[in-house]
Design a protein around this ligand. Structure first.
Ligand SMILES: Cc1cc2nc3c(=O)[nH]c(=O)nc-3n(C[C@H](O)[C@H](O)[C@H](O)COP(=O)(O)OP(=O)(O)OC[C@H]3O[C@@H](n4cnc5c(N)ncnc54)[C@H](O)[C@@H]3O)c2cc1C
Length: 371
């Protein structure tokens, strides 16, 4: 692997690694790991110092996500979800919103939640039905958000709601504090992977928020969402790289030790072919993530294309690498004796959330056809 520098202390990574299996088995929200990441200042890496961050290049953020995903994907979701909320506030928040909410999220005072998806509006965000009706200096929010990570755990919920009839220009983001009357939660959703995440329905039952809690101007929600996704998708790509590297290393170690037909499996040409392909794809994905991060830092016009490329390529790669790693360990790969089955389940969701990989291909093709 090309990148050898460690972006997080080994002691922290070892602690996170030690808890990974239990978090998965117990489906327990990683509170202790959230505290650890906050203590290390890892939630505000890309955020300006003025708002509690450390103004690092976006690539540093990606490497941190990768290193955590390498040992515990559920914990890396904490970083990705926090980045969704901090990026959105950085892009769309005013001074007050940044001093208050962005600072708290960047410092890891509490987790944030990013509430876009609804039952009838998954890939098709333009079909969002949650209403925000202006009434007496406040907006009253009514609707239901599905599959929300950190539901019930977050201190603030950034909610995309309809303020007008235009499919995309009629959407606006609002900051809803966890204590807001009328904010309720449905049942926790049991998932195949990243089982430490708290995923559930967020119900907005006539939640009144002051008009000052709107992010940006009315109708700017869709544009802000797309800009935020460019950043978060790059981090999901990094998550894919981290999961894949973790699985690949376990397979490499195993194949050097496992003797069949009188010699280590790593000496079998067919196995070596598989290793060559997987190793090349991991590095390709890592370089794509690096490229996307560079476009974010330089604010180029190609951010969207590279973010989607990094997201889809790295996460499809993670699915292939983890599946093949299970195969390379034979029956042992299929058991809980090794963490590969967990890594394979965790890799799956990276192809789905933050915009599915089919949607990423649509975005890339659209950009290529424009050039
Ligand atoms: C664990 C987890 C955590 C999540 N966390 C959050 C969160 O914190 N906040 C949030 O807002 N959402 C969250 N989501 C929701 C996630 O972003 C959506 O599931 C995702 O965007 C896909 O929407 P959908 O599930 O409704 O699928 P659909 O949009 O119904 O798509 C179903 C299938 O059809 C494909 N498809 C759809 N449209 C097209 C098309 N035009 N062309 C080709 N294929 C297409 C999709 O790629 C997919 O394979 C989370 C989901 C999961 C599983």
């Amino acid at each position: 692997m090309p990148e050898r520098q460690n972006y997080i202390s080994r002691a922290v990574i070892e602690k996170i690694q030690a808890s990974a299996q239990q978090i998965d088995e117990m489906e327990s929200f990683p509170h202790e790991n959230f505290r650890l990441l906050a203590e290390q200042g890892l939630f505000g890496l890309h955020i300006s110092k003025k708002y509690g961050g450390s103004e690092q290049p976006f690539y540093t953020n990606a490497k941190v996500v990768e290193e955590v995903a390498n040992v515990c994907a559920s914990t890396s979701v904490l970083l990705c979800t926090q980045a969704l909320t901090t990026c959105l506030l950085e892009l769309g928040g005013n001074e007050d919103q940044k001093s208050n909410y962005l600072r708290a999220l960047a410092e890891g005072k509490y987790p944030g939640a990013f509430c876009v998806t609804e039952k009838q509006a998954g890939s098709d965000v333009s079909n969002i039905q949650t209403q925000a009706v202006f009434n007496d200096d406040s907006y009253v929010l009514t609707g239901e958000k599905s599959f929300i990570t950190n539901a019930g755990e977050a201190g603030v919920y950034l909610v995309l709601a309809r303020t007008g009839s235009h499919p995309t220009k009629g959407l606006s983001f609002f900051v809803v504090e966890a204590c807001a009357p009328g904010l309720e939660f449905g049942e926790h959703v049991e998932t195949l992977g990243v089982r430490g995440s708290s995923v559930g329905t967020v119900i907005l039952n006539k939640v009144s928020v002051p008009k000052e809690n709107m992010l940006g101007i009315e109708g700017s929600g869709f544009k802000l969402l797309m800009k935020t996704f460019n950043r978060s998708r790059t981090l999901v790509g990094a998550q894919g790289v981290g999961i894949a590297k973790g699985a690949f290393q376990i397979a490499l170690n195993y194949l050097k030790e496992r003797i069949q037909f009188g010699k280590p499996l790593s000496e079998q040409p067919i196995i070596q072919c598989m290793l060559a392909e997987l190793g090349t794809k991991i590095i390709t994905a890592e370089l794509l993530v690096k490229e996307a991060a560079m476009h974010i830092d330089k604010e180029t016009s190609e951010i969207e294309k590279y973010a989607s490329m990094a997201k889809y390529y790295a996460t499809d790669m993670a699915m292939q690498v983890t599946t093949d790693a299970v195969q390379l360990l034979g029956g042992y790969g299929f058991t809980k004796l090794y963490p590969l089955e967990r890594m394979m389940r965790d890799a799956k969701v990276t192809q789905i959330y933050d915009g599915t990989n089919q949607i990423q291909r649509i975005i890339i093709a659209r950009q290529l056809l424009k050039e």
